[in-house]
Design a protein around this ligand. Sequence first.
Ligand SMILES: *[C@@H]1O[C@H](CO)[C@@H](O)[C@H](O)[C@H]1NC(C)=O
Ligand SMILES: *[C@@H]1O[C@H](CO)[C@@H](O)[C@H](O)[C@H]1NC(C)=O
Ligand SMILES: *[C@@H]1O[C@H](CO)[C@@H](O)[C@H](O)[C@H]1NC(C)=O
Ligand SMILES: [Cu+2]
Length: 323
Amino acid sequence: MAQISKLVACLLMVCSAFAACTNPAKRRAWHTLSKAEKLEYINAELCLMKKPARLGLPAAKTRFDELQAIHQLQAYATHFVGAFLPFHRMMMYAHESALRNECNYTGYQPYWYEQQDAGNFRNSVLFDATYGFGGNGVGANGCIATGPFANYTNSLGPGYDNTQHCINRAISDQTSTGSRQANVDACLRLTTFETAWPCIEGQPHTGGHGGVGGQMLNGVSSPGDPLFYLHHTWLDKVFWDWQAKDRATRTTTIGGTNVGPDYSPGFPPRPSNIPKPTGAAGDPGTTTTLGHVLNMYGNSPNRTIGDVLDIQGGFLCYEYVEP
Ligand SMILES: *[C@@H]1O[C@H](CO)[C@@H](O)[C@H](O)[C@H]1NC(C)=O
Ligand SMILES: *[C@@H]1O[C@H](CO)[C@@H](O)[C@H](O)[C@H]1NC(C)=O
Ligand SMILES: *[C@@H]1O[C@H](CO)[C@@H](O)[C@H](O)[C@H]1NC(C)=O
Ligand SMILES: [Cu+2]
């Protein structure tokens, strides 16, 4: 009887736990997209930047801002903790879903194949003014002056401050060397989550944020630059490449502290109205578990880390196409 009702539930498409991922979405490297595909992605992002906010989160004016707010509001609870990689995976999925469901984007979330540009971000095709995200910051404020996002007014950031400002950048080729293949390989060689996660969060993660600079270098408000999603989707690929080396174990176990630091150098200080991290919903103690709740602030249903550890696990169903 129970079997039959499960089958009926599956036929009604409400059995995510049983749904097989038979046709995974293909996430591709930005530089391999056609010009038309790049423009479709850019136009969908511009659409999110025009769609009015609907979640009531502080200072957010648009749907693009709301995704940034989800990151800003829990920055200290989602960095330097075991949830870092699963949380950002969930954010990439939320962004991809918003583009597709709200802005008619027909592709999937692309990634920036950063090792190809490491040490030479300045000349990356990502910064193209027509088929990319615009160039470096200029002038005293470092505002980007070219490309489709040149005139976007960010309402969130910098950091925990909420002011009206431009998307700013300060490309550093030197810092971008952190995204090099050797740094990726060094993390992929590690055999425990407790060592691989901090490795990925250190370098290559910092290479992309610091290599772009400006808004992207702000650990709290970095999703104010649309490049954030290309960078973190690449990191998600690095995480998946690591998981795939021992898929059975690495999609079913997690660890690391769930108590973020009170303050981290390079992060804006946590203001007093943001609670000091002391643990997380779904974790019984101070260690990150599969039951850990990823808080999406009403943008989409909360999910647990266990739900997102396998990118072809039913809830998520995508794969990374090598460049
Ligand atoms: C998406 O497509 C639907 C159906 O064609 C249309 O009604 C809607 O306006 C489109 N939305 C956007 C944001 O373009
Ligand atoms: C941004 O504003 C400037 C000055 O008004 C204008 O020349 C430029 O075309 C605008 N760019 C975009 C992408 O809207
Ligand atoms: C999502 O998780 C947060 C943190 O546990 C919780 O406060 C919030 O109520 C949850 N939201 C929903 C819609 O369940
Ligand atoms: Cu982040």
